[in-house]
Design a protein around this ligand. Structure first.
Ligand code: G3H
Ligand code: 13P
Ligand code: ZN
Length: 320
């Protein structure tokens, strides 16, 4: 068992308190490799933003749990080396079992999500409460979820949204003891959130109704990539075949970040940025075969994307 405190990480409690009071959201960026980790740390140090490093169970399998733990620790030390000791949370994204959450806590995670959103309400409450009881013994914070997002996550696909029911949130939060709550208000996972012709809209009215029922309680938005059209065009220009894809407008996310939404999850936009940069290098320089020659530009493009999100969408710059 390794405590996240010994790795220099923090849990999300204080960060969320400050974010709610300050009208901004903490970025939760997914990572599974070194270049993503470097880009996240570089961007957050440069903007002086706290950050949540997010690992899905698929990412954990891909990268290996021991390597991830040292990468997160490396991230903490790297930030210091760059001259800024930013608060860093290591968070399990979409944990699907008590055992996985427990194992992540044993490997140094400071925060876990237990996602029981696809289960019947009472089962979700039961599972979430069990994880909270365990996690709180180690001062690890827990995110739960109510309502189901459309889209794909770890190969699980939901065709349509089931919006969070505001009348359930108070009961869920008090019965489970969770530290934050992910809600479904029209965001969705992946690059294909809306079809061409559809008007992208998140249900801020449901968000405000939820806020009224649990004032000051930290709310989390998943599926918050915006699918930048210039990046999609660049991918297709360099030989990609992405269908028309539309994400969540950044101004709507900015609006949400001013409320009790204090964590915004972004993964797909980063994947798109890296892919665009890699395709460009490989098409323009087909003679290249040194991975650093394409992973380096991919890392730089990712860093620029994160800086943009922090400054213009989350508002978490200069909040350390
Ligand atoms: O919500 C899902 C995240 O984007 C992680 O995706 O399960 O493919 O690693 P993944
Ligand atoms: P996106 O697919 O919109 O980036 O959402 C990521 C996410 O919610 C991770 O949990
Ligand atoms: Zn998610």
């Amino acid at each position: 068992m390794v405590s996240y405190k010994d790795l220099g990480l923090v849990n999300s409690r204080e960060l969320f308190k400050k974010a709610i009071n300050g009208g901004y959201a903490i970025p939760a960026f997914n990572f599974n490799n070194m270049e993503q980790m470097q880009a996240i740390i570089q961007a957050c140090v440069e903007t002086k933003s706290p950050v949540i490093l997010q690992v899905s169970s698929g990412a954990r399998k891909y990268a290996n749990q021991t390597i991830l733990r040292y990468m997160a620790q490396g991230g903490v030390e790297y930030a210091k080396e760059l001259g800024c000791n930013i608060p860093i949370v290591l968070h399990l994204d979409h944990g699907d079992s008590f055992e996985l959450c427990k194992s992540c806590i044993e490997y140094g995670f400071s925060s876990v999500m237990i996602d029981g959103s696809s289960k019947p309400y009472e089962e979700n409450v039961e599972l979430t409460r069990k994880v909270v009881e365990y996690a709180h013994k180690y001062d690890v914070t827990v995110e739960g979820e109510l309502g189901v997002l459309a889209g794909v996550e770890d190969d699980v696909k939901a065709e349509s949204h089931t919006y969070t029911r505001p009348e359930e949130v108070e009961d869920f939060v008090s019965k489970t003891g969770v530290d934050s709550l992910a809600i479904s208000i029209g965001t969705s996972h992946g690059a294909y959130k809306f079809k061409p012709g559809q008007k992208p809209e998140i249900r801020l009215d449901i968000l405000h109704e939820i806020e009224k029922r649990i004032p000051g309680f930290p709310i989390v938005l998943h599926g918050s990539s915006s699918v930048p059209q210039d990046i999609v065009a660049e991918i297709n220009h360099y030989g990609g075949h992405l269908k028309d894809s539309i994400g969540i407008p950044e101004d709507q996310l900015r609006e949400a970040a001013k409320s009790a939404v204090c964590k915004i999850n972004i993964d797909s936009d980063g994947r798109l940025a890296m892919t665009a940069a890699i395709r460009k290098v490989l098409v323009e320089h087909p003679e290249e075969f040194d991975p650093r020659k394409y992973l380096g530009p991919a890392r730089d493009k990712l860093k620029q994307l994160y800086i943009h999100k922090i400054n213009n969408v989350l508002g978490s710059n200069d909040k350390i």
